[in-house]
Ligand binder design. Structure first.
Ligand SMILES: NC(=O)c1ccc[n+]([C@@H]2O[C@H](COP(=O)([O-])OP(=O)(O)OC[C@H]3O[C@@H](n4cnc5c(N)ncnc54)[C@H](O)[C@@H]3O)[C@@H](O)[C@H]2O)c1
Length: 470
Protein backbone atom coordinates (compact mmCIF):
# COMPACT_ATOMS: atom_id res chain seq x y z
CA UNK A 1 0.00 0.00 0.00
CA UNK A 2 1.44 3.34 -1.02
CA UNK A 3 -0.27 5.30 1.75
CA UNK A 4 -3.64 5.05 3.44
CA UNK A 5 -4.97 8.11 1.60
CA UNK A 6 -3.13 7.88 -1.74
CA UNK A 7 -6.45 7.74 -3.64
CA UNK A 8 -8.61 9.59 -1.11
CA UNK A 9 -9.62 13.18 -0.58
CA UNK A 10 -9.63 14.47 2.98
CA UNK A 11 -13.05 15.90 3.82
CA UNK A 12 -13.54 18.07 6.89
CA UNK A 13 -17.03 18.15 8.32
CA UNK A 14 -18.40 19.71 11.48
CA UNK A 15 -20.56 22.49 12.84
CA UNK A 16 -20.39 26.09 11.64
CA UNK A 17 -17.68 27.93 13.52
CA UNK A 18 -15.61 24.78 14.11
CA UNK A 19 -12.72 26.30 12.14
CA UNK A 20 -12.84 23.92 9.14
CA UNK A 21 -11.55 26.56 6.72
CA UNK A 22 -8.40 27.58 8.57
CA UNK A 23 -7.70 24.00 9.65
CA UNK A 24 -8.24 22.72 6.10
CA UNK A 25 -5.80 25.27 4.68
CA UNK A 26 -3.19 24.19 7.21
CA UNK A 27 -3.68 20.46 6.49
CA UNK A 28 -3.44 21.12 2.74
CA UNK A 29 -0.15 22.98 3.28
CA UNK A 30 1.26 20.16 5.43
CA UNK A 31 0.31 17.50 2.87
CA UNK A 32 1.06 19.52 -0.28
CA UNK A 33 -2.50 19.21 -1.56
CA UNK A 34 -4.93 21.78 -2.97
CA UNK A 35 -7.51 23.15 -0.54
CA UNK A 36 -11.13 23.66 -1.50
CA UNK A 37 -13.57 25.48 0.74
CA UNK A 38 -17.00 24.46 -0.51
CA UNK A 39 -18.78 27.54 0.87
CA UNK A 40 -16.30 29.80 -0.92
CA UNK A 41 -16.82 27.85 -4.17
CA UNK A 42 -20.56 28.28 -3.77
CA UNK A 43 -20.31 32.02 -3.09
CA UNK A 44 -18.12 32.42 -6.15
CA UNK A 45 -21.00 31.11 -8.24
CA UNK A 46 -24.13 32.42 -6.57
CA UNK A 47 -23.05 35.39 -4.45
CA UNK A 48 -23.80 35.56 -0.74
CA UNK A 49 -25.08 32.29 0.74
CA UNK A 50 -27.35 34.19 3.17
CA UNK A 51 -29.14 35.91 0.29
CA UNK A 52 -29.51 32.66 -1.68
CA UNK A 53 -30.95 31.02 1.47
CA UNK A 54 -33.56 33.81 1.84
CA UNK A 55 -34.42 33.71 -1.84
CA UNK A 56 -34.48 29.99 -2.60
CA UNK A 57 -34.63 28.18 0.76
CA UNK A 58 -32.48 25.55 2.50
CA UNK A 59 -33.52 22.71 0.15
CA UNK A 60 -32.18 24.50 -2.92
CA UNK A 61 -28.97 25.36 -1.07
CA UNK A 62 -28.38 21.73 -0.04
CA UNK A 63 -28.93 20.64 -3.64
CA UNK A 64 -26.33 23.15 -4.76
CA UNK A 65 -23.84 21.90 -2.15
CA UNK A 66 -24.24 18.29 -3.34
CA UNK A 67 -23.94 19.32 -7.01
CA UNK A 68 -20.73 21.28 -6.46
CA UNK A 69 -19.13 18.68 -4.20
CA UNK A 70 -19.60 15.84 -6.67
CA UNK A 71 -16.91 16.88 -9.22
CA UNK A 72 -14.51 17.78 -6.40
CA UNK A 73 -14.72 14.28 -4.93
CA UNK A 74 -14.72 12.62 -8.37
CA UNK A 75 -11.48 14.40 -9.32
CA UNK A 76 -8.33 12.30 -9.30
CA UNK A 77 -6.33 15.26 -8.03
CA UNK A 78 -6.65 14.47 -4.32
CA UNK A 79 -7.50 17.52 -2.23
CA UNK A 80 -8.46 18.67 1.23
CA UNK A 81 -12.05 19.89 1.16
CA UNK A 82 -14.00 21.70 3.89
CA UNK A 83 -17.77 21.17 3.76
CA UNK A 84 -20.49 23.45 5.08
CA UNK A 85 -22.00 22.41 8.42
CA UNK A 86 -25.20 21.00 6.90
CA UNK A 87 -23.76 19.26 3.83
CA UNK A 88 -23.70 15.81 5.45
CA UNK A 89 -27.45 15.92 6.03
CA UNK A 90 -27.75 15.07 2.30
CA UNK A 91 -27.65 11.28 1.66
CA UNK A 92 -25.83 11.70 -1.70
CA UNK A 93 -23.08 13.67 0.03
CA UNK A 94 -22.66 10.94 2.64
CA UNK A 95 -22.45 8.31 -0.13
CA UNK A 96 -19.85 10.31 -2.06
CA UNK A 97 -17.78 10.83 1.08
CA UNK A 98 -17.89 7.12 1.85
CA UNK A 99 -16.62 6.30 -1.64
CA UNK A 100 -13.94 8.95 -2.13
CA UNK A 101 -12.79 10.53 1.12
CA UNK A 102 -11.30 10.11 4.52
CA UNK A 103 -13.82 12.12 6.51
CA UNK A 104 -12.77 13.91 9.68
CA UNK A 105 -15.11 15.84 11.97
CA UNK A 106 -13.67 18.99 13.47
CA UNK A 107 -14.72 19.25 17.11
CA UNK A 108 -15.67 22.52 18.77
CA UNK A 109 -17.49 23.53 21.98
CA UNK A 110 -20.90 25.05 21.28
CA UNK A 111 -19.99 28.24 23.20
CA UNK A 112 -16.89 28.74 21.09
CA UNK A 113 -18.76 28.08 17.84
CA UNK A 114 -21.46 30.60 18.83
CA UNK A 115 -18.86 33.21 19.77
CA UNK A 116 -17.25 32.83 16.35
CA UNK A 117 -20.40 33.04 14.23
CA UNK A 118 -22.99 35.07 16.17
CA UNK A 119 -22.10 38.33 14.42
CA UNK A 120 -21.90 36.77 10.96
CA UNK A 121 -24.80 36.76 8.51
CA UNK A 122 -25.12 32.94 8.61
CA UNK A 123 -28.79 32.04 8.19
CA UNK A 124 -28.71 29.30 10.86
CA UNK A 125 -26.87 31.39 13.46
CA UNK A 126 -29.42 34.04 14.35
CA UNK A 127 -30.95 32.59 17.48
CA UNK A 128 -28.85 31.17 20.36
CA UNK A 129 -31.38 28.49 21.45
CA UNK A 130 -31.98 27.26 17.89
CA UNK A 131 -28.20 27.22 17.33
CA UNK A 132 -27.73 25.04 20.42
CA UNK A 133 -30.51 22.64 19.37
CA UNK A 134 -29.06 22.27 15.88
CA UNK A 135 -25.57 21.73 17.35
CA UNK A 136 -26.83 18.84 19.48
CA UNK A 137 -28.81 17.32 16.62
CA UNK A 138 -25.85 17.44 14.24
CA UNK A 139 -23.20 16.17 16.70
CA UNK A 140 -24.37 12.55 16.43
CA UNK A 141 -24.56 12.76 12.64
CA UNK A 142 -20.97 14.05 12.36
CA UNK A 143 -19.73 11.20 14.57
CA UNK A 144 -21.59 8.65 12.46
CA UNK A 145 -20.26 9.93 9.13
CA UNK A 146 -16.65 10.62 10.15
CA UNK A 147 -13.78 8.15 10.29
CA UNK A 148 -12.07 10.28 12.95
CA UNK A 149 -12.42 13.42 15.05
CA UNK A 150 -9.93 16.28 15.26
CA UNK A 151 -9.33 19.48 17.14
CA UNK A 152 -6.31 20.64 15.15
CA UNK A 153 -4.39 20.01 11.92
CA UNK A 154 -2.09 17.48 13.61
CA UNK A 155 -5.07 15.28 14.51
CA UNK A 156 -6.19 15.36 10.87
CA UNK A 157 -2.74 14.39 9.60
CA UNK A 158 -2.56 11.52 12.11
CA UNK A 159 -6.01 10.28 11.02
CA UNK A 160 -4.88 10.46 7.38
CA UNK A 161 -1.81 8.36 8.21
CA UNK A 162 -3.94 5.90 10.23
CA UNK A 163 -2.04 6.73 13.42
CA UNK A 164 -4.07 6.63 16.63
CA UNK A 165 -2.38 8.34 19.59
CA UNK A 166 -4.10 7.90 22.95
CA UNK A 167 -2.86 7.11 26.46
CA UNK A 168 -4.42 3.76 27.34
CA UNK A 169 -4.94 2.80 23.68
CA UNK A 170 -3.47 -0.69 24.28
CA UNK A 171 -6.61 -1.61 26.23
CA UNK A 172 -8.66 -0.72 23.15
CA UNK A 173 -6.51 -2.77 20.75
CA UNK A 174 -9.42 -5.13 20.15
CA UNK A 175 -11.51 -2.32 18.59
CA UNK A 176 -8.57 -0.65 16.86
CA UNK A 177 -7.15 -3.73 15.11
CA UNK A 178 -9.28 -5.00 12.21
CA UNK A 179 -9.38 -8.55 10.86
CA UNK A 180 -11.20 -11.81 11.48
CA UNK A 181 -8.21 -13.45 13.10
CA UNK A 182 -5.08 -11.91 14.57
CA UNK A 183 -1.50 -13.07 15.06
CA UNK A 184 0.37 -11.15 17.75
CA UNK A 185 4.12 -10.75 17.17
CA UNK A 186 6.03 -9.30 20.12
CA UNK A 187 9.56 -8.40 21.16
CA UNK A 188 10.44 -11.16 23.68
CA UNK A 189 11.23 -8.64 26.43
CA UNK A 190 8.20 -6.42 25.78
CA UNK A 191 5.98 -9.53 25.63
CA UNK A 192 6.75 -10.13 29.30
CA UNK A 193 5.68 -6.59 30.21
CA UNK A 194 2.79 -5.66 27.91
CA UNK A 195 2.02 -8.93 26.08
CA UNK A 196 -0.76 -10.08 28.43
CA UNK A 197 -2.59 -6.73 28.12
CA UNK A 198 -2.39 -6.98 24.32
CA UNK A 199 -3.67 -10.58 24.37
CA UNK A 200 -6.53 -9.63 26.67
CA UNK A 201 -7.51 -6.71 24.47
CA UNK A 202 -7.47 -8.85 21.30
CA UNK A 203 -9.71 -11.44 22.97
CA UNK A 204 -11.13 -14.38 21.05
CA UNK A 205 -9.81 -13.17 17.67
CA UNK A 206 -6.25 -13.87 18.80
CA UNK A 207 -5.19 -16.92 16.81
CA UNK A 208 -1.53 -17.16 17.82
CA UNK A 209 1.28 -15.34 19.63
CA UNK A 210 4.89 -15.23 18.40
CA UNK A 211 8.03 -13.83 19.93
CA UNK A 212 10.89 -12.13 18.13
CA UNK A 213 14.36 -11.80 19.67
CA UNK A 214 14.70 -8.66 21.77
CA UNK A 215 15.66 -5.43 19.98
CA UNK A 216 17.84 -5.28 16.86
CA UNK A 217 18.42 -9.09 16.98
CA UNK A 218 14.94 -9.39 15.49
CA UNK A 219 15.93 -7.83 12.18
CA UNK A 220 17.51 -10.93 10.64
CA UNK A 221 16.40 -13.26 7.86
CA UNK A 222 16.61 -16.14 10.32
CA UNK A 223 14.13 -14.55 12.76
CA UNK A 224 11.86 -13.50 9.92
CA UNK A 225 11.92 -16.94 8.34
CA UNK A 226 10.99 -18.55 11.65
CA UNK A 227 8.06 -16.15 11.89
CA UNK A 228 6.93 -16.90 8.31
CA UNK A 229 6.95 -20.61 9.16
CA UNK A 230 5.01 -20.14 12.39
CA UNK A 231 2.27 -17.91 10.97
CA UNK A 232 -1.03 -19.61 10.15
CA UNK A 233 -2.97 -16.50 9.12
CA UNK A 234 -5.13 -16.40 6.02
CA UNK A 235 -5.28 -13.20 4.01
CA UNK A 236 -8.37 -12.22 6.01
CA UNK A 237 -6.18 -12.09 9.08
CA UNK A 238 -4.10 -9.29 10.58
CA UNK A 239 -0.65 -9.33 12.07
CA UNK A 240 -0.22 -7.16 15.16
CA UNK A 241 3.34 -6.10 16.04
CA UNK A 242 4.11 -5.15 19.66
CA UNK A 243 7.55 -3.73 20.41
CA UNK A 244 10.08 -1.09 19.40
CA UNK A 245 11.22 -0.19 15.90
CA UNK A 246 13.13 -3.46 15.50
CA UNK A 247 9.94 -5.46 16.07
CA UNK A 248 7.70 -3.30 13.88
CA UNK A 249 10.32 -3.28 11.08
CA UNK A 250 10.58 -7.09 11.13
CA UNK A 251 6.93 -7.94 11.71
CA UNK A 252 5.92 -5.32 9.14
CA UNK A 253 8.26 -6.93 6.61
CA UNK A 254 6.86 -10.37 7.45
CA UNK A 255 3.36 -8.92 6.87
CA UNK A 256 4.46 -7.38 3.55
CA UNK A 257 5.72 -10.71 2.28
CA UNK A 258 3.65 -13.47 3.95
CA UNK A 259 1.03 -14.73 1.45
CA UNK A 260 2.19 -11.81 -0.74
CA UNK A 261 0.99 -9.37 1.88
CA UNK A 262 -1.38 -9.39 4.84
CA UNK A 263 -2.57 -6.29 6.73
CA UNK A 264 -0.73 -5.37 9.90
CA UNK A 265 -1.14 -3.12 12.91
CA UNK A 266 1.85 -1.53 14.63
CA UNK A 267 1.76 -1.14 18.41
CA UNK A 268 5.04 0.69 19.04
CA UNK A 269 6.30 0.51 22.61
CA UNK A 270 9.47 2.65 22.42
CA UNK A 271 9.72 6.39 21.87
CA UNK A 272 11.61 5.80 18.60
CA UNK A 273 8.83 3.44 17.54
CA UNK A 274 6.02 5.83 18.49
CA UNK A 275 7.38 8.94 16.77
CA UNK A 276 9.34 7.41 13.94
CA UNK A 277 9.62 3.69 13.08
CA UNK A 278 5.92 2.77 13.07
CA UNK A 279 5.01 5.67 10.79
CA UNK A 280 5.44 5.89 7.04
CA UNK A 281 5.30 2.29 5.88
CA UNK A 282 9.00 1.41 5.72
CA UNK A 283 9.64 -2.15 6.89
CA UNK A 284 12.84 -4.15 6.66
CA UNK A 285 15.65 -6.33 7.86
CA UNK A 286 19.41 -5.98 8.21
CA UNK A 287 21.96 -7.99 6.26
CA UNK A 288 25.42 -8.86 7.58
CA UNK A 289 26.98 -6.01 5.60
CA UNK A 290 24.48 -3.27 6.35
CA UNK A 291 21.27 -2.13 8.04
CA UNK A 292 17.85 -2.07 6.39
CA UNK A 293 19.15 -3.47 3.11
CA UNK A 294 16.09 -5.70 2.56
CA UNK A 295 12.64 -4.23 2.92
CA UNK A 296 9.30 -3.15 1.55
CA UNK A 297 6.90 -0.26 1.76
CA UNK A 298 3.88 -1.68 3.58
CA UNK A 299 1.89 0.84 5.65
CA UNK A 300 0.24 -0.60 8.71
CA UNK A 301 -3.55 -0.38 8.48
CA UNK A 302 -3.21 1.36 11.82
CA UNK A 303 -0.51 2.38 14.26
CA UNK A 304 -1.88 2.20 17.80
CA UNK A 305 0.31 4.55 19.82
CA UNK A 306 -0.11 4.39 23.59
CA UNK A 307 2.33 6.82 25.26
CA UNK A 308 1.54 5.11 28.59
CA UNK A 309 3.67 2.15 27.44
CA UNK A 310 6.76 4.36 27.63
CA UNK A 311 6.64 4.22 31.43
CA UNK A 312 8.50 0.91 31.34
CA UNK A 313 11.05 2.01 28.74
CA UNK A 314 14.66 2.16 30.06
CA UNK A 315 16.14 5.66 30.35
CA UNK A 316 18.74 4.96 27.63
CA UNK A 317 15.98 4.07 25.14
CA UNK A 318 14.03 7.18 26.09
CA UNK A 319 17.15 9.25 25.30
CA UNK A 320 17.39 7.58 21.89
CA UNK A 321 13.82 8.70 21.22
CA UNK A 322 14.56 12.24 22.44
CA UNK A 323 17.30 12.51 19.80
CA UNK A 324 14.62 11.85 17.15
CA UNK A 325 12.27 14.34 18.86
CA UNK A 326 14.97 17.03 18.72
CA UNK A 327 15.52 16.19 15.05
CA UNK A 328 11.78 16.53 14.35
CA UNK A 329 11.62 19.82 16.24
CA UNK A 330 14.60 21.25 14.34
CA UNK A 331 13.02 20.21 11.02
CA UNK A 332 9.60 21.58 12.04
CA UNK A 333 11.04 24.79 13.50
CA UNK A 334 9.23 24.21 16.81
CA UNK A 335 10.57 23.24 20.22
CA UNK A 336 8.68 19.93 20.17
CA UNK A 337 11.15 18.32 22.59
CA UNK A 338 9.94 20.64 25.36
CA UNK A 339 6.36 19.35 25.26
CA UNK A 340 4.95 16.97 27.91
CA UNK A 341 5.56 13.39 26.78
CA UNK A 342 2.08 12.56 25.41
CA UNK A 343 1.90 15.80 23.44
CA UNK A 344 5.51 15.35 22.28
CA UNK A 345 4.56 11.94 20.90
CA UNK A 346 1.42 13.30 19.19
CA UNK A 347 3.22 16.25 17.59
CA UNK A 348 6.37 14.38 16.52
CA UNK A 349 4.27 11.51 15.13
CA UNK A 350 2.15 13.99 13.18
CA UNK A 351 5.26 15.71 11.87
CA UNK A 352 6.68 12.46 10.49
CA UNK A 353 3.27 11.38 9.19
CA UNK A 354 2.84 14.59 7.16
CA UNK A 355 6.21 14.21 5.43
CA UNK A 356 5.59 10.53 4.67
CA UNK A 357 2.11 11.22 3.30
CA UNK A 358 3.61 13.85 1.01
CA UNK A 359 6.36 11.52 -0.11
CA UNK A 360 5.25 7.92 0.53
CA UNK A 361 7.97 6.26 -1.56
CA UNK A 362 10.88 8.43 -0.42
CA UNK A 363 11.61 10.27 -3.65
CA UNK A 364 11.50 13.82 -2.28
CA UNK A 365 11.08 15.70 1.02
CA UNK A 366 11.31 12.51 3.08
CA UNK A 367 15.08 12.74 2.57
CA UNK A 368 15.10 15.63 5.06
CA UNK A 369 14.31 13.14 7.84
CA UNK A 370 17.97 12.13 7.52
CA UNK A 371 19.05 15.30 9.33
CA UNK A 372 22.10 14.30 11.40
CA UNK A 373 21.79 10.66 10.34
CA UNK A 374 24.54 10.52 7.71
CA UNK A 375 27.14 11.35 10.36
CA UNK A 376 25.36 9.15 12.91
CA UNK A 377 25.46 6.09 10.63
CA UNK A 378 29.17 6.60 9.94
CA UNK A 379 29.99 6.74 13.67
CA UNK A 380 27.82 3.70 14.40
CA UNK A 381 29.51 1.70 11.65
CA UNK A 382 32.99 2.76 12.79
CA UNK A 383 32.13 1.64 16.34
CA UNK A 384 31.12 -1.79 15.05
CA UNK A 385 27.55 -0.89 16.05
CA UNK A 386 28.42 -0.64 19.73
CA UNK A 387 27.59 3.10 19.81
CA UNK A 388 23.91 3.52 20.75
CA UNK A 389 21.89 5.03 17.87
CA UNK A 390 20.56 7.88 20.02
CA UNK A 391 24.07 8.99 21.01
CA UNK A 392 25.15 8.82 17.38
CA UNK A 393 22.14 10.91 16.24
CA UNK A 394 22.87 13.51 18.93
CA UNK A 395 26.40 13.88 17.56
CA UNK A 396 25.14 13.91 13.98
CA UNK A 397 22.66 16.68 14.78
CA UNK A 398 25.45 18.75 16.36
CA UNK A 399 27.51 18.33 13.17
CA UNK A 400 24.57 19.29 10.95
CA UNK A 401 23.89 22.42 13.02
CA UNK A 402 27.55 23.47 12.93
CA UNK A 403 27.73 22.95 9.16
CA UNK A 404 24.52 25.00 8.86
CA UNK A 405 26.13 27.86 10.79
CA UNK A 406 23.58 27.46 13.60
CA UNK A 407 24.01 27.18 17.35
CA UNK A 408 24.26 23.68 18.80
CA UNK A 409 22.84 24.86 22.14
CA UNK A 410 19.62 22.82 21.90
CA UNK A 411 21.45 19.60 21.16
CA UNK A 412 24.06 20.32 23.86
CA UNK A 413 21.41 21.02 26.49
CA UNK A 414 18.86 18.32 25.69
CA UNK A 415 21.02 15.48 24.37
CA UNK A 416 24.48 16.25 25.83
CA UNK A 417 26.46 14.53 23.04
CA UNK A 418 29.94 13.32 23.95
CA UNK A 419 32.67 12.71 21.36
CA UNK A 420 33.17 8.99 20.68
CA UNK A 421 36.28 6.87 20.51
CA UNK A 422 36.34 5.40 16.99
CA UNK A 423 38.94 5.21 14.25
CA UNK A 424 38.79 8.39 12.14
CA UNK A 425 39.59 6.68 8.84
CA UNK A 426 37.01 3.96 9.49
CA UNK A 427 34.38 6.62 10.18
CA UNK A 428 35.24 8.52 7.01
CA UNK A 429 35.16 5.33 4.93
CA UNK A 430 31.74 4.52 6.39
CA UNK A 431 30.49 8.03 5.62
CA UNK A 432 31.56 7.68 2.00
CA UNK A 433 29.89 4.25 1.78
CA UNK A 434 26.63 5.34 3.37
CA UNK A 435 23.92 4.49 0.91
CA UNK A 436 22.18 7.76 1.63
CA UNK A 437 25.35 9.83 1.71
CA UNK A 438 26.17 9.98 -2.01
CA UNK A 439 27.63 13.41 -1.44
CA UNK A 440 24.35 14.91 -0.19
CA UNK A 441 23.64 16.05 3.35
CA UNK A 442 20.65 17.55 5.11
CA UNK A 443 21.37 20.96 6.61
CA UNK A 444 19.16 23.78 7.90
CA UNK A 445 18.90 27.26 6.39
CA UNK A 446 17.16 27.97 9.70
CA UNK A 447 15.14 25.81 12.11
CA UNK A 448 12.11 24.68 10.09
CA UNK A 449 13.89 25.16 6.73
CA UNK A 450 15.82 22.01 5.80
CA UNK A 451 17.85 21.76 2.60
CA UNK A 452 19.37 18.73 0.92
CA UNK A 453 22.76 19.87 -0.30
CA UNK A 454 26.25 18.73 -1.18
CA UNK A 455 29.36 19.45 0.87
CA UNK A 456 33.03 19.62 -0.01
CA UNK A 457 34.79 16.50 1.27
CA UNK A 458 37.12 18.53 3.49
CA UNK A 459 34.16 20.26 5.22
CA UNK A 460 32.35 16.97 5.78
CA UNK A 461 35.52 15.34 7.08
CA UNK A 462 36.27 18.24 9.45
CA UNK A 463 32.72 18.06 10.84
CA UNK A 464 33.06 14.30 11.32
CA UNK A 465 36.47 14.67 13.02
CA UNK A 466 34.99 17.05 15.58
CA UNK A 467 32.66 14.27 16.75
CA UNK A 468 35.53 11.89 17.49
CA UNK A 469 37.41 11.98 20.81
CA UNK A 470 41.11 12.86 20.65
N1 LIG B 1 10.83 1.89 9.60
C1 LIG B 1 11.25 3.10 9.86
O1 LIG B 1 10.84 4.09 9.26
C2 LIG B 1 12.25 3.28 10.97
C3 LIG B 1 12.51 4.56 11.49
C4 LIG B 1 13.39 4.68 12.56
C5 LIG B 1 14.01 3.56 13.10
N2 LIG B 1 13.74 2.35 12.54
C6 LIG B 1 14.39 1.13 13.10
O2 LIG B 1 13.96 0.97 14.44
C7 LIG B 1 14.95 0.27 15.16
C8 LIG B 1 15.17 0.95 16.47
O3 LIG B 1 13.96 0.97 17.19
P1 LIG B 1 13.92 1.18 18.77
O4 LIG B 1 14.78 2.31 19.12
O5 LIG B 1 12.50 1.17 19.17
O6 LIG B 1 14.69 -0.08 19.31
P2 LIG B 1 14.28 -1.60 19.59
O7 LIG B 1 13.04 -2.02 18.95
O8 LIG B 1 15.51 -2.37 19.25
O9 LIG B 1 14.03 -1.60 21.16
C9 LIG B 1 15.05 -1.17 22.03
C10 LIG B 1 14.96 -1.86 23.38
O10 LIG B 1 13.85 -1.36 24.11
C11 LIG B 1 13.08 -2.43 24.64
N3 LIG B 1 11.73 -1.94 24.78
C12 LIG B 1 10.91 -1.47 23.78
N4 LIG B 1 9.76 -1.02 24.30
C13 LIG B 1 9.84 -1.19 25.64
C14 LIG B 1 8.96 -0.88 26.73
N5 LIG B 1 7.80 -0.25 26.54
N6 LIG B 1 9.35 -1.23 27.96
C15 LIG B 1 10.57 -1.82 28.18
N7 LIG B 1 11.44 -2.11 27.20
C16 LIG B 1 11.07 -1.79 25.94
C17 LIG B 1 13.30 -3.57 23.68
O11 LIG B 1 13.08 -4.81 24.27
C18 LIG B 1 14.75 -3.36 23.29
O12 LIG B 1 15.60 -3.98 24.19
C19 LIG B 1 16.18 0.23 14.29
O13 LIG B 1 16.34 -1.05 13.75
C20 LIG B 1 15.87 1.23 13.18
O14 LIG B 1 16.49 0.87 11.95
C21 LIG B 1 12.88 2.18 11.52
Amino acid sequence: MESPIADKHIALIGFMGAGKTSLGGEVARLLGRPFIDLDEEIERRIGRISEFFERSGEGAFRHLEATLLEPVLASRRQSVVALGGGAVTIPEVRDALRAHALTVTVDVEVEEAWRRVRDSDRPLARDRAAFQALFEERAALYRRVAHAAATDSHDVVLAAAAVHVEPGALERLGELAPGKEVALVADSHVAGIHGAAAQLALGARLQSTHELPRGEEAKTLVACERLWRELALTRAGTLVALGGGSTTDTAGFAAATFLRGVPWVAVPTSLVGQIDASIGGKTGLNLAHGKNLVGAFHWPVRAVVDPGLLQTLPESELSAGMAEAVKSGLLAGERLWELPLTELVRRCAAFKAAICLRDPLDHGPRATLNLGHTFAHALEAASGYTLPHGRAVALGLAAALRLSGLSTEVVDEVLRPEPVRVDRDDAWAALERDKKGKGTYVLLEAPGRPVVTSLADEDARRALDELIAR
